[in-house]
Structures are given as structure tokens and as C-alpha cells.
Design a protein around this ligand. Structure first.
Ligand SMILES: *Cc1c(COP(=O)(O)O)cnc(C)c1O
Length: 373
């Protein structure tokens, strides 16, 4: 089966095989694995030892994003409240907005079309217009529509305005470039084990500026989601320790996936995903379907395609029929109009994407979908 979803992704058999063991979290052998993961993740994020720390939380991307926002941005009723600007050009940015609001944080959104990146001028204007904004929370690769908001372009604007950046790099990290050493404005960059790092889902990472984190200690309003407390554990009990029971097998597999990532390298992984995305995007046009984005706005992580206008098209039937041809895609979409979504990440190649294009074509023919785009 070719799994083409934006996480959990298709993994290597060697990565999955590392899960087939029983592990005690406090065992010295496992401590060494955890310590190694922490050091490698810190280096991957361009973190500076002594300034940044790689923190982990059990669970999914939403959990680690909520933890970062709670731990770094003072609540609306704090003595010096924080205020978060969120460029809103996709569903995942909308999720950051919701979890920030439900955590009692002040939020202001910058509403944009879902079909293009936010520009530095738009961020600069929004920051100039509201001096109360303390943080910008931005989604690097917007998994909703497939566009990319580049922190390497936006970060300097946030820095110049004297504000802080919180980066949701959940579907970007490991493929798209980002280095904390080059982003003094960045308080934290978040990602998970199960997307571009090509491991199993179950762990959220936040590589944080520790001085900023400690300055905000007591902000979180939640013990489970308090990253200052997670960091406190690292200081108290060492980098090989975890606060509560971790998914040990997922971490063992993650260590193996990191080795494969190191062997491929971030630039080559990005190039592979870009080619996967290009092959699929152009393939869709070739077989008469209409991509959601112009090619210039198309990011390397996920392709969104308009559903054929043919009245006979039904998404679940299409997904089921495609699965019978060994290609599995999402059975839902996150855009205002009906689309289908196809991930370009994981242990997949451009040749796999070519096969997926051929199978989409065959499936539509079998389902007698004549009006395609
Ligand atoms: C996948 C993803 C998340 C987190 O999703 P979970 O289902 O909570 O792991 C957050 N942001 C973006 C941009 C994502 O792609």
C-alpha cells in the first residue's frame, strides 16, 4: 500500500521494526537513546546549546502547540497579558487560533486567502497597527491548502518590530529549512515525530529559547502542558528522563528514523518532496483535474485537488476504489470548497507519485467520472 497522507506517513520497515521490543523508560540503555534524540533534534533545529533546549511531550501536534502557547504567552488576565497575531490562511492556522483562545489567550487574526503565502509587508503592517501584539504564531507549511509561509522571510520582520515568533512547523520540519540560530526572534519551533521526520506518530517536539521559557514560568495554567515544567525535569533529572510515561517504542523507532534523516540530509529530503509534489501536481493537470493552488504557490508537503464537478463523484467511493489499487489518500478535506488531499511526504519517491497519478486516472475511469475539472 502506498500511503499518501500528510501524517502519519509511510515509514521504512527498519523504522517500524525498532518498535518490536519491550522497554523500561528509566533503563540506562533507553536513557542513552533519549539523550541522543534530544541532542540530534536540537542540532537539526539549529539550536544553540545553553540557549535552546529540545523538549518533548507525549501526543500529537495540537498538544505541543497548545503547550507552547500556554507556556510562552501570558494569559489575557495576566498582569502583563500577551497578544498573539495569527496569519490566517488555512485550517491549521485556524486551529492555532482556537487552541489559543480556549487557553484564554488574546488573539488577533490577519485574514488572508488560503491560496497564497502571507507577505512580510502584511505582517509588518499588522504589527505596526497594534502595539499590544507580543507574539506572531505562524504555520510554516499550511496543511489545509498546501501553501508555505516562510519564516525565513517573515522572521526578520517580526524581529525588526521587537516581537516574538512561535512557529508551527509540524508539517515542515525536517524538510523545509529552519535554524533557530538565525532566528533570535523565535521563542519556539514545534513539530512531531510522524511527518517529515518519517517516524511513527506519538511525540511532539518544541525546541525552545530557554530564557524566554523560564521568564514565563507559571504561565501555563496546566501541569500537563507546562513546558517550563518539562524543562525543569530535564534540569532536575537529566536529558535521558521523561516526566510521565513516554511512548517508548515510538521513541526507539524515532531514533532510527533520525539516522535515515541524517543519511539523506534535509536539503535532499526537501528536494525529494518537492519533486513528489511537482510530479503529482503536473500529473493531475495532465489527466484533466484542477489543483487548488497555482504551481507557484504549491508547497512540497501536500497537494490539494478540486473534486471533479461530475455529479457522480463521491469522495469516500473514490478513496475506497483508489485504495483497491494500493494507493491510500485522505477521505476528508480542509478547504472551503470540495477537494481531495494527497500527501507528498514520507518514505515515497517521484516514481510512487507517478504511479498514484496513473491510479487516480484509472479510478476515475472505472467510476465513470467524465467531467473532471
Ligand atoms: C499535522 C499538523 C498539526 C498537528 O496535527 P495533530 O493531528 O495534532 O498531530 C499541526 N499543524 C500542522 C500544520 C499540521 O500539519
Amino acid at each position: 500500500m502506498l500511503l499518501l497522507i500528510p501524517g502519519p506517513v509511510q515509514t521504512r520497515p527498519e523504522v517500524r521494526a525498532a518498535m518490536a521490543q519491550d522497554i523500561a523508560p528509566w533503563d540506562n540503555d533507553f536513557k542513552a537513546v533519549l539523550t541522543g534524540i534530544r541532542a540530534k533534534v536540537l542540532a537539526l533545529a539549529g539550536g544553540v546549546p545553553g540557549e535552546h533546549e529540545a523538549l518533548m511531550l507525549q501526543g500529537c501536534g495540537h498538544f505541543i502547540m497548545e503547550a507552547a502557547i500556554r507556556s510562552l504567552v501570558p494569559a489575557a488576565d495576566a498582569a502583563a497579558p500577551g497578544k498573539i497575531l495569527i496569519p490566517l490562511n488555512g485550517t491549521y492556522a485556524g486551529r492555532v487560533e482556537r487552541l489559543a483562545r480556549e487557553a484564554g489567550r488574546q488573539v488577533v487574526t490577519l485574514k488572508l486567502p488560503e491560496t497564497r503565502s502571507v507577505t512580510p509587508a502584511e505582517i509588518a503592517a499588522a504589527l505596526a497597527a497594534d502595539p499590544a501584539i507580543t507574539h506572531v504564531a505562524m504555520v510554516y507549511s499550511e496543511t489545509g491548502g498546501g501553501i508555505v509561509n516562510d519564516p525565513n522571510v517573515i522572521g526578520p520582520v517580526v524581529h525588526a518590530a521587537g516581537r516574538r515568533l512561535i512557529l508551527d512547523a509540524v508539517s515542515a520540519f525536517g524538510a523545509l529549512p529552519f535554524s533557530l540560530a538565525e532566528h533570535p526572534e523565535c521563542d519556539a519551533v514545534m513539530f512531531t515525530s510522524g511527518k517529515c521526520l518519517e517516524a511513527l506518530p506519538g511525540i511532539g517536539f518544541a525546541v525552545v529559547n530557554t530564557a524566554r521559557l523560564q521568564a514565563g514560568a507559571g504561565n501555563a495554567g496546566s501541569w500537563s502542558f507546562d513546558l517550563a515544567d518539562v524543562y525543569g525535569q530535564v534540569l532536575r533529572a537529566g536529558p535521558g528522563s521523561f516526566r510521565f510515561t513516554p511512548p517508548v517504542q515510538v521513541l526507539a523507532a524515532f531514533a532510527v528514523a533520525l539516522d535515515y534523516h541524517a543519511a539523506e540530509g534535509q536539503p535532499a529530503r526537501m528536494a525529494r518532496y518537492r519533486e513528489n509534489s511537482r510530479v503529482f501536481h503536473q500529473g493531475m493537470r495532465r489527466i484533466g483535474l484542477k489543483p487548488y493552488l497555482e504551481e507557484a504557490q504549491q508547497g512540497p508537503i501536500i497537494n490539494i485537488i478540486h473534486q471533479p464537478p461530475d455529479p457522480g463523484f463521491e469522495l469516500q467511493r473514490f478513496v475506497d476504489e483508489l485504495k483497491r489499487r494500493d494507493v491510500l489518500i485522505s477521505n476528508f478535506y480542509n478547504t472551503p470548497t470540495p477537494t481531495f488531499r494527497v500527501g507528498c511526504i514520507g518514505d515515497v519517491t517521484p516514481a510512487d507519485m507517478e504511479r498514484a497519478v496513473a491510479m487516480v486516472d484509472e479510478t476515475l475511469t472505472v467510476l465513470q467520472i467524465r467531467q473532471r475539472g
